[in-house]
Design a protein around this ligand. Sequence first.
Ligand SMILES: [Zn+2]
Length: 376
Amino acid sequence: MTINSIRTSHTNFKLHQNYTDEKLFPLIEKYNINVENMPIIGSGAYINLQEKIQIIEHLLEAHELALANIKAGNITKRGFATNICTNDNHWSIGTNFNNTRNDISSICGERSAILASYNEALVRFSKSGSNYFNFKIKYICMAQSEELSMIKNSAVPCEDCLSWLNTTRYFDDMTTIFSFEKNQKGMLCLKSAKLTDFLPCKDYELSNNFDFEKPVKYSSSAINSMEKFNLTEEDIMVLVNKNYDLYKENTLSNISNQNVVCSVLANGKIYSASKIDWTKRWFTEPLEFASSKAIENEKEHCKIAIIAYFGDSCSYNPLTKEKFNDGGISIKSLGRIRQKYASPDTLLVLNLEDSLTVLTIGEYLPKKFIQGYKII
Ligand SMILES: [Zn+2]
C-alpha cells in the first residue's frame, strides 16, 4: 500500500447539505475544520467523503473526551480516547482509565472503547433474536488530549493494546486506525493505517514439532545482527538446544496445555524461563521472566542479543473454525524489553512448522518497534 492508494471520492455527495450542518456535525463546526481540504496520509483503506466527515467528527469527540478525562483527574495527567466503529456502523467511545500506576489496574483508550463497543453490540444481539453475533470492528479512531494545534505525531496503539488487537476474532484485514497528525507543512491531516501494519506477521506461528532435521533459515537482517553482536551459528544452536531441553522438561504449563519456554543470551550468558500456569488464563510469561533474570544479574549493562522462544501451536476452535494466535511470541513482553534492554536488531529464534527460523525483533514486529516510527 502506498499513500496514493487512499483517495477521497466526492461523487454523489453535496457538501453544503452535510458537514457544514452544525446540528449534524457540531464539532467539525466548533473546531472550524475544512474536511474537504484536510489531507489523508498513511497506508489505510479507501474512504469516501461522507466516511471522512464521520471519522473526523468522531475523532474530535474522542479528543474532547480525552480532555475531560484530564479535567476529571486521571492520575497519569494524560488523556487518550478512542471512538470505535463496527462493520454495521455503530460507534462507541472510551477513554484511558488509570486507577493506579500499575498496568493491572489501567486500561488504554483503545481497549476501553473496544469493551464499550463489544458490550453495546452484545446488548443489541440479545434484543435482536438473531443467533448470529456479528461483531467486527471497522475503524479505530484514536485521539489525544493535546490541543489540535500542538499535535505532531499520530496516536498509535501500545503493545499491551496490540496484544488484544492481535486476534482474528473481532478485527480483520480491513480494520483501519485513524488519528490526527501534522504533515511536513504543519497542516493537520487525517492519518490512516491498517491495523495489520502494526501486528506481527502471521507466518511466524510457533510449532510444537521439534524435528530438528528441518532447515535453519536466516533472514538477511539476522545475518547482519549476527555480525553486529559477533555471534556464530553455533552460539545460536547452543541457545536452541538449551531451550529445547527446557521445553521437554517443563511440566508447569499443565493447566492451559500450552507449553512455552524462552531462553535469552545476554552479555554472553544464557537465562531461561518456562511458562508457569497459575490458572488457565493466568500464567508467568517466559520472555519477560527470562529477561528479568538477565537484567537482574547484568544490571544496567544488560544487552539481550538473542531470544529463543519455543511453544505450542496456535489453538483452534473446531466449532467456529477460528484460529487463535495465542501460540505466538508475547507482543506485550517484547514491548517491555525493547524499551531498554533489547533492540530491533535483537535476534529471534522461532521453531516454526517447516523450519527453525532466525530473524530479528524488527522483522517480527516491523514498524512499531522503532520508537516514534513513521508508517511507510
Ligand atoms: Zn494501549
